[in-house]
Write a protein of this length. Structure first.
Ligand code: CA
Length: 297
C-alpha cells in the first residue's frame, strides 16, 4: 500500500505543485498528516507568539489521481483515521467567533483514550475528522486555510470515517491533498481551533467522468451535504440553499417553487465553521429525496 509521509506538505492547493505520488482509481493509500500547527506546539507553556505561521495549515500531497481530468468528479472515501493519544487546543487573541473580545493566549492539551477525548476532565466522544481536504483549482493557488469550491479548509465535523466526499476536478490528476485532523470539533469551530492532531488517514479514490458538482458534496449516513463558503455567512447560506433547491428539482421533477418549499421542510442548513477566511455551511438533504446524480452537472 502506498504511504505518503507528513513531510510531503504543501500550504496551497495549486496546479503548479509537483505530485508526490500517483494513485489509480480504486487503490487504497495511507496519507500521514501533521497537525494544523505543523507540530510546533509541544508544551502548554509555549508562548504562541513564537509560532512560525508559515508552517501552519500544512496539507499532505498533492496526489495525482490517474484518469482524473477537468470536468470530472474525484470521489474520496475516508476509510480510516488513526489518531495519537494527545491533541492540542488553543485560543489566540483576535481569532474566533469572539475575536472582538479581550482574552489571552491559552494552550491546552487534550488526552485521547478509549474512544474519548478528555478536556479538563470532561469526556467527549472521539470523532476524528479531516479539516482540510481538496484538489487544485484551475486558477490562482488557494491557501490551505481557505475553504471554497475546490474543498480546502472545510472544517466540517462529518468529514470523518465512513464519509465519501465528491470534489470537482479542475486540473489533470486532480492534485489532491489533505491534513488538519481534529479528534473532535463542534459545528462552528468557535474558538478557531479544535483538538488538533497529526495522524494517518486511509483513503480510496475513484473518478466519475464528465460530470461534477458545483461545490463539494459530502455523503455521510442517510444524507448528502452541499458544502458552500463565503466571507459572508448569509451568502454561504444562499449558495447552499440555491444548490439544494436545484438538486431537489432535478431529483423530483418539481418546480422551483415546490422545491423551494420543500427546502424549508426537509433540508437542514448547518454551520461548518465561522472562523476561517471564508465561513462555511452545509445544506443537508436526506437520501430519500435525492441520489448523487442530482448534484452532478
Ligand atoms: Ca481547519
Amino acid at each position: 500500500m502506498k504511504f505518503i509521509p507528513m513531510d510531503k506538505a504543501v500550504y496551497t492547493f495549486s496546479k503548479e505543485h509537483e505530485p508526490v505520488e500517483h494513485v489509480s482509481p480504486g487503490e487504497v493509500i495511507i496519507l500521514e498528516a501533521q497537525d494544523a500547527l505543523g507540530g510546533q506546539v509541544t508544551s502548554e507553556d509555549m508562548p504562541l507568539d513564537q509560532l512560525d505561521w508559515s508552517r501552519v495549515n500544512p496539507a499532505t500531497g498533492p496526489v495525482y489521481i490517474e484518469g482524473a481530468e477537468e470536468g470530472d468528479t474525484l470521489v474520496v472515501d475516508i476509510l480510516d483515521i488513526e489518531v495519537p493519544d494527545r491533541g492540542v487546543c488553543l485560543v489566540v487573541p483576535g481569532h474566533g467567533a469572539l475575536s472582538n473580545h479581550e482574552f489571552k493566549s491559552k494552550t491546552k492539551f487534550a488526552e485521547i483514550r478509549d474512544g474519548f477525548v478528555i478536556y479538563n476532565g470532561v469526556k467527549l466522544l472521539l470523532q476524528p475528522m479531516i479539516g482540510t481536504i481538496g484538489v487544485a483549482p484551475s486558477g490562482d493557488p488557494m491557501p490551505t486555510a481557505v475553504p471554497y469550491k475546490h474543498g480546502g479548509n472545510l472544517d466540517c465535523k462529518e468529514v470523518t470515517i465512513g464519509a465519501r466526499l465528491y470534489l470537482p476536478v479542475a486540473v489533470e490528476g486532480a492534485l489532491f491533498a489533505a491534513g488538519d485532523l481534529h479528534a473532535v470539533q463542534g459545528d462552528g469551530e468557535l474558538c478557531v481551533a479544535a483538538v488538533e492532531i497529526p495522524g494517518k488517514i486511509m483513503f480510496r479514490f475513484n473518478v466519475i467522468k464528465g460530470r461534477q458538482p458545483s461545490w463539494p458534496i459530502l455523503e455521510y449516513g442517510d444524507h448528502f451535504s452541499i458544502m458552500t463558503s463565503d466571507e459572508s455567512l448569509d451568502k454561504a447560506v444562499e449558495y447552499a440553499t440555491l444548490e439544494a433547491v436545484e438538486a431537489i428539482m432535478k431529483a423530483t421533477g418539481w418546480s422551483f417553487e415546490e422545491s423551494y418549499i420543500f427546502s424549508s421542510l426537509g433540508v437542514d442548513v448547518m454551520i461548518n465553521q465561522v472562523v476561517d477566511p471564508k465561513k462555511g455551511v452545509r445544506a443537508v438533504i436526506p437520501k430519500s429525496i435525492a441520489s448523487i446524480d442530482a448534484f452532478l452537472k
